[in-house]
Design a protein around this ligand. Sequence first.
Ligand SMILES: Cc1cc2nc3c(=O)[nH]c(=O)nc-3n(C[C@H](O)[C@H](O)[C@H](O)COP(=O)(O)OP(=O)(O)OC[C@H]3O[C@@H](n4cnc5c(N)ncnc54)[C@H](O)[C@@H]3O)c2cc1C
Length: 414
Amino acid sequence: MTSPAKVTVIGAGIVGIVSANFLQRDGHAVTVVDPRPPGEGCSRGNAGNISPGSCLPIALPGVLANVPAWLFDPLGPLRLRLGYLPRALPWFARFARAATRDRAQATAYALRTLHVRTLDLYQSLISEAGAPDLITRPGQLHVYETEEAFAGALLGREILHECGVEMQELDGPEIRDLEPSLAPIFARAVFFPGHGFCLSPLRLVQTLAEKFVRSGGTILRRTVTGFEIGPEGPERLHTDAGDLDVDTLVIAAGAWSGKLTARLGDKVPLEAERGYHLELPDPGTVPSRSISWGERKFTATPMEMGLRFAGTAEFAGIDAPPDYRRARILLTHGKRMFPGLNGEGGRVWMGARPTFPDSRPVIGPSTRHGNVFYAFGHSHTGLTAAPMTGKLIASLVAGRAPEIDLAPFRVDRF
Ligand SMILES: Cc1cc2nc3c(=O)[nH]c(=O)nc-3n(C[C@H](O)[C@H](O)[C@H](O)COP(=O)(O)OP(=O)(O)OC[C@H]3O[C@@H](n4cnc5c(N)ncnc54)[C@H](O)[C@@H]3O)c2cc1C
């Protein structure tokens, strides 16, 4: 291992804060830079699933055939703002090319290696931080209203099976035995016994950030606006509150990362895939685990703040104002899912998933600068993937061999 360094991490989401914790374990002096408090980006509002077996890409064969029906259904899971279409088209063209069985299988294997140890890695982090009960492991349920939709997801189950993911298929009566809170409208389900969830994704980031600061780390509330590049790579960050000297740099700025890496010579096809949640503080009925609805593409998770319904995808660009009708649709679905659901007092939220067309993140060195490492683009599974990503970044900075093959996550794969 190389001697301890001064490391600056851009981004205080789950990926940046977990990376900062692992870098600190190696003895580095670590500074995290973000204009917002820790966790206030996409990491705040997700569905909380920590799912070692969630390794399927979105680009599966046949997915594009569903797009028209999704777009024309006012309660559907997908929105594309028309004015944004010309900018999004190249991304969708890459997405279409990624939707083959071979590429989906390759992505699933790669994501499985990234996710498989997540719960154990988190347990060590939250135990050290003094909050060992923040994550619970009751398994996760994926429910389907129709046999047709369940049959349509067969290829995904085959790929997961090949990746060694443990699953149990359930019929209607078995679903009701396992989860009596659900309406009796679901014909089939898949139970993932090895999955868990987080009681509060925001408190998770905050807890790990507090532990990082208690252990000597620094968090600066600033926006990085540019880089001063010397012969060995970036030497100084320009920020909205003055310049900062840097030795080693980690870019973990979620959906905003592409703007930063372009200035460092790496252009990437990263989209802001916006998602919404609706959180009910007093739902009146609470499932005992996280439940995802296969056809509707959202998840209901019993968190410490209430029952959170999270999901949907919207392509509108990173800066467009939120359209909270997308979140309120989730109440319509939630009421069908859980009889007697109390929808009063619902809180809405929108966040931008950092998404590449192949659903893989970028983890690894920059192509141009030896002192720059990337950790972004985790799309639908950034909460799950953060611990191994942080470990990998620490290994790269230390000059150790990475724990898994990083070829599928290279920045120059596009
Ligand atoms: C509705 C929804 C449900 C989801 N459910 C799940 C789930 O159940 N399980 C799961 O694993 N994943 C889930 N995800 C995905 C997960 O939330 C994301 O992949 C993850 O939060 C990304 O984390 P991040 O740290 O990369 O980004 P962020 O949390 O967005 O953090 C990036 C940070 O970078 C900062 N930043 C940006 N630009 C700059 C700059 N120039 N200078 C300084 N700082 C900057 C931002 O302010 C931000 O704080 C879900 C996402 C959504 C939207």
